[in-house]
Write a protein that binds this ligand. Structure first.
Ligand code: SAH
Length: 393
């Protein structure tokens, strides 16, 4: 195995269990690793520091273990079992009312570059690093051992998440079994999950708790679910007793999915309507005070640090439209899923929007990603989803 020798003192972050080695920390390399290879990382004194996957780029190694152990079938099984034990402790894994959960959340589960979402009897596996791509069959085998007969298919969906420059040309496809049934349950509600064509692994599992909170606030309200995608928030609002629910997304496919998911749970219920439209256009032209509960859950405005300034302006512009239009006594759920935007920056962007509108606004809840998207305390970069629930007088 290739050995990476660190510059003196550069082991400090590894001693604090931070799971990345940056290329600038490397003194020299014994050997010529290919991207995705396992490498051993040693301190300047030659002591073992970590073992992980080699990457090309500013993050050079993604650490799999801080102890000197082999990365073999038993390793994958141990790590996946630990991840499953956590989801079981959270009451999420395959209960009578919930079959949708994230089983592996990258660094948060000690498995940088790997995501596994479970939808009923199908697991969707996603690699964000070449190392995890190389290990995909070992991960799949461990998943099968762990989940047994309850798992009938594993879909590999990494076409757009693997580093483009690695030139792997990887196509999406099943690693095991196939699945015709694509309905999974979240908190007793049913959803069609399109892992073949949908965004991410097919569903935004990370909004589960926030959708539940919305359900408790929806009674009697006129709800606008902006950026609705599969209609997750809409379905919860319906169960929560909303007076009417409008789902809006610029993608016609998303509108079809939202409509189908509402129909799956509330067939024939006329409280729901869905519109394919641009968010800014819709908010601009909708009649004032039409809604007293608005959800804004846009795609990541900043995918990189360079895009930060424009992203913050985008959040301000979007939220300002909502503050201008929401009915008095309205509740606004507003989110950012951009990793590059901090909680404080997002709050400042929303604060600016509130001030522009001149409305009296108070913060009711501060939201984040759910417990099956854990953040390693040593890797605060893993925190990405933030939201505010605001009361607008
Ligand atoms: N709230 C959703 C996830 C939203 S994902 C959930 O809980 O599942 C972001 C969505 O925003 C995508 O479906 C995308 O099609 C949509 N979108 C992107 N740009 C948009 C725009 N300008 N106007 C309206 N929708 C947009």
């Amino acid at each position: 195995m290739t050995t990476i020798h660190l510059k003196r003192g550069k082991e400090d972050s590894l001693r604090r269990y931070h799971p990345w080695v940056f290329s600038g920390a490397i003194h020299h390399i014994d050997g010529q690793p290919d991207e995705g290879d396992l490498v051993r990382v040693l301190t300047a004194d030659g002591a073992f520091a970590a073992v992980g996957h080699w990457q090309i780029g500013s993050i050079a190694v993604r650490v799999l273990s801080f102890v000197d152990e082999s990365i073999d079938d038993a390793f994958w099984l141990r790590r996946l079992l630990a991840a499953l034990d956590l989801r079981r402790a959270l009451g999420l894994a395959a209960t009578a009312t919930n079959t949708t959960y994230r089983l592996v959340h990258g660094e948060g589960d000690g498995l940088p570059g790997l995501v596994v979402d479970v939808y009923g009897s199908t697991a969707v596996l996603q690699a964000h690093s070449v190392g995890m791509h190389v290990c995909r069959m070992a991960v799949a085998a461990a998943l099968r051992t762990l989940l047994g007969a309850s798992l009938t298919a594993i879909y590999y969906k990494s076409e757009t998440t693997l580093p483009f420059k690695a030139g792997l040309g990887q196509a999406n496809g099943f690693l095991f079994g196939t699945s015709a049934d694509n309905v999974a349950m979240e908190n007793g509600l049913r959803f069609h999950i399109d892992w073949l064509h949908g965004q991410k692994t097919g569903f935004f599992v990370d909004q589960r708790d926030n959708r539940s909170l919305l359900e408790t606030l929806a009674r009697g309200r006129a709800v606008l679910n902006m950026f609705c995608y599969t209609g997750g928030f809409s379905v919860y609002a319906m169960r929560g007793g909303a007076r009417l629910v409008h789902s809006v997304d610029s993608s016609a496919k998303a509108i079809d999915m939202a409509t189908a998911n509402v129909a799956l749970n509330f067939p024939g219920d006329t409280r729901h309507q869905a519109f394919a439209d641009d968010a800014f256009r819709y908010l601009q032209q909708m009649p004032g005070t039409a809604y007293d509960l608005i959800i804004l859950d846009p795609p990541a405005f900043a995918k990189h640090k360079d895009a930060l300034r424009n992203a913050l302006k985008g959040y301000t512009r979007l939220n300002a439209r909502a503050f201008e239009k929401i009915a008095p006594g309205g509740i606004l759920f507003t989110f950012s899923c951009s990793q590059a935007v901090t909680k404080d920056q997002f709050r400042l962007a929303v604060f600016t929007a509130a001030a522009q509108s001149g409305r009296r606004v108070s913060i009711l809840h501060q939201l984040h990603q759910p417990a099956d998207h854990p953040v390693s305390i040593y890797h605060p970069e893993g925190e990405y989803l933030k939201g505010l629930v605001l009361y607008v007088e």
